[in-house]
Design a binder for this molecule. Sequence first.
Ligand SMILES: [Zn+2]
Length: 132
Amino acid sequence: MDESEIQELFKRLELKIDAGFTEILDRIDAIERRRGPSPKTKEQLVRTIRDFYGYRCPCCENVDILDNRGSPLATAEYDHWFSKSKNHPHQMWIVCKACNGQLETDEGFKRRSETRFKSFQERRMQQNHPLL
Ligand SMILES: [Zn+2]
């Protein structure tokens, strides 16, 4: 077996492993129980939007997701960043319906949104454990 045959073999193996992992993750997802956020978690996530995002979606920053009294509008959805059973404040955020849909189906979009999710979380933590 020469170098290029070995590389070809590795490439094929890699594809098989990737496909296998995707299948396993899909199955885990089907088994996992969906857990919605508790009222306390919702309150924390909403407060972060109110205080840092001018009532707008932290993912696209284009769509209002809170009304003028600071309560979630029908355009707001709680997104489980990691998986549907992980419902703690550091595992979720609240975004607009369009972003939530795209986060679920578009891996590239999700990857590009990761820094936004992280900065949302930093702001939320700062709010709950002020540095001063
Ligand atoms: Zn959005």
